[in-house]
Design a protein around this ligand. Structure first.
Ligand SMILES: Cc1cc2nc3c(=O)[nH]c(=O)nc-3n(C[C@H](O)[C@H](O)[C@H](O)COP(=O)(O)OP(=O)(O)OC[C@H]3O[C@@H](n4cnc5c(N)ncnc54)[C@H](O)[C@@H]3O)c2cc1C
Ligand code: FES
Ligand code: FES
Length: 410
């Protein structure tokens, strides 16, 4: 198995950062969620357990991943109630405490949430602040004209969507949406409701000057330098003791599966683990196999004949790729079909689920659990083809054939 790992070094403990602090965990039950760890082993308890199913947003955190080749940080929200702790190795986590607090001073997001009376029950507010922070961080990365001082590159429409995955069951969304929209470059100040910053008669200029200042230049660092350096040196996680395996090639995966078969221990393949939001598997697994590091499963390839999406590609990344197509690559009809698929996929779950949920995981749930999958519905309608690996054999099948041939019980 070693030959597949080439010369890169491995690490036998989990290393990650929470709000810039380094955590090193050498022994953990692989079914432990990030939420359980944050609440029971750190002082960052703003993340809340509410639904535990990925549906409410009370447990949202910002997950940042570093790509050493591109020297680029990818920031996105995930539901910590479903994210497994072992899967955040090498990542950086930001919770609302990382944005600001009573000692270091509150972040303008906190101040505006308070001033617009958007922190209502308070239980859900940390997750909402993180959602807005993620939207602001990502808006700043876009090539857009510089907004006026105090505003971000976020648009009103993006600000409204920012909290689409956060449920509020108390007084309603108006004040929450106002707090979010107050950062948008294209906001109409007259459209913002009752708040503690200004009076009705104040001019637009006065209103702007009273808003807690958002400065783009002193943004919070979402990925600490020390973790970038560690990520460059140690690549693989070898957590045999924790029963968490991270193969980096198909032959390595095959050998792990064979091993499990020969030695009769149970394994669970895992990608985003969002399936647990639907099906609480109470079954115990001896080992978990994280298949996200296998390049053959994480690619997006396109040519004149179509687009091929690896099984571990997240729904968010698949949407991006489908939208990226231009007339140069495909006939206009093809581009239109890709756009329609992307539009439909955008309606699946919430942004934070789509950021970790894989396309392959969704199809496996549909095949194994008769899950009413939107992805299979869309892909069946375009006669999609799927590659299925059984043992050492790979075969290409029409999606419909896959569901028939591998239906549960066969
Ligand atoms: C709150 C919520 C809302 C949702 N809403 C929708 C919706 O509106 N429409 C919709 O279609 N779906 C919806 N989903 C389902 C979601 O799309 C799936 O949970 C997700 O795509 C599964 O991907 P995952 O990477 O998280 O899989 P995991 O949870 O990691 O895995 C799911 C199962 O598939 C197995 N598995 C995963 N990948 C592979 C593979 N490559 N080969 C073999 N086995 C594999 C795992 O062992 C596990 O049994 C929702 C889910 C949640 C939690
Ligand atoms: S607790 Fe509701 S999404 Fe995690
Ligand atoms: S803010 Fe918690 S239910 Fe509305």
């Amino acid at each position: 198995m070693e030959e597949h790992r080439e010369s890169r070094s491995s690490r036998n403990s989990l290393v990650f950062a929470v709000n810039g602090e380094r955590f090193d965990v050498s022994s953990v039950d692989p079914s432990t969620t990030l939420l359980e760890f944050l609440r029971s082993h750190t002082r960052f308890k703003s993340v809340k357990l509410s639904c535990g199913e990925g549906g409410c947003g009370a447990c949202l955190v910002l997950l940042s991943k570093y790509n050493p080749e591109l020297d680029q940080v990818d920031d996105f929200t995930v539901s910590s109630c479903l994210t497994l702790l072992c899967s955040v190795n090498g990542c950086s986590i930001t919770t609302t405490e990382g944005l600001g607090n009573s000692k270091a001073g509150f972040h303008p997001i906190h101040q505006r949430f308070a001033g617009f009376h958007a922190s209502q029950c308070g239980f859900c507010t940390p997750g909402m602040c993180v959602s807005l922070f993620s939207a602001l961080v990502n808006a700043e990365k876009r090539h857009r004209p510089q907004p006026p001082p105090g505003f971000s590159k976020l648009t009103v429409s993006e600000a409204e969507k920012a909290i689409a995955g956060n449920l509020c069951r108390c007084t309603g969304y108006r004040s929450i949406v106002d707090a979010c929209k107050s950062f948008a470059a294209d906001v109409d100040m007259e459209d913002l409701g009752f708040n503690a910053f200004w009076g009705k008669q104040d001019s637009k200029e006065v209103k702007i000057s009273r808003l807690p200042l958002w400065k783009r230049n002193d943004q919070i660092c979402t990925f600490p330098e020390f973790l970038k350096k560690e990520n460059k040196s140690a690549a693989f996680l070898d957590l045999e003791r924790c029963c968490w395996l991270s193969p980096v090639s198909i032959p390595e995966l095959q050998s792990l599966l064979e091993n499990a078969d020969n030695n009769q221990y149970s394994v669970k393949l895992v990608v985003g683990n969002t399936g647990m939001g639907y099906y609480k598997e109470v079954e115990h697994f001896d080992k978990y196999i994280d298949i996200r590091h296998i390049p053959e499963l994480s690619f997006i390839r396109r040519d004149q004949t179509g687009i091929e999406i690896g099984a571990t590609v997240t729904i968010s990344k698949a949407i991006e790729a489908l939208k990226e197509q231009d007339e140069g690559d495909f006939h206009s009809e093809g581009v239109m079909v890709f756009k329609k698929i992307a539009d439909h996929m955008e309606k699946i779950a919430t942004g934070s689920i789509r950021n970790s949920a894989s396309v392959g995981g969704n199809l496996v749930m549909a095949q194994r659990n008769n899950f009413p999958s939107d992805i299979s519905t869309i892909l069946l309608s375009v006669d999609a083809v799927i590659t299925v690996m059984t043992g050492h054999k790979c075969e290409k099948l029409m999606l419909e054939e896959f569901f028939r041939k591998f239906s549960v019980g066969c």
